[in-house]
Write a protein of this length. Sequence first.
Length: 202
Amino acid sequence: MRLLKSTAIALLVSALYGCGGGGGGGGSSTVSLSGVAAKGLIQKGKVEVFATDSSGNLSSTPIATGVTLDDGTYSISVPPQSNPVVVKVSKGTGTTIIDETAPAGTPAIAMPDDFIMRAVVPSIASTSTVGINPFTETAVAAIPANSFSAAMVKSSNDWVKQNLTGGVDPVTVSPNLSGSASASDDQKLLTAALTSVAVAAK
């Protein structure tokens, strides 16, 4: 367990440095997929949604795409998926990142060309929140290539939640990087966790 945690922390720090490397539910209806992309807020980031097949293989082309807004949020319509889904943010046109550890008013920086950050969920049956941050990237990176079973995805996400974020789900809880006074306790905890690791990675 100690080795597993050390490996996960190493993956987390790697995500903070910005290094990156069809199971349709049937019918023609779509559902909304939304969340916040945050390693610091990611503005104008390219968001891509990838399906997997029943064997856990990741599709090579996205089933939907979008762009994050200046507050780091995105919203995309996707067909329901009965198999795991990977959501990826990477550099697009004019993509920038706001450093949450820098003094207020510090200009955003350009996203590195090779930056990739991902999140994964076991399925999408209805309107869903899927945040993308270094903790969700750690969960994806721990899953072997083309082994995206629902059980593997749940196990990896649960391990990150229990061991790295103090019991807060980094997939469904959005960090409070804007400093809103109405933030929930879970949002504050996730924000503190992201900031602590960002400081450690500098």
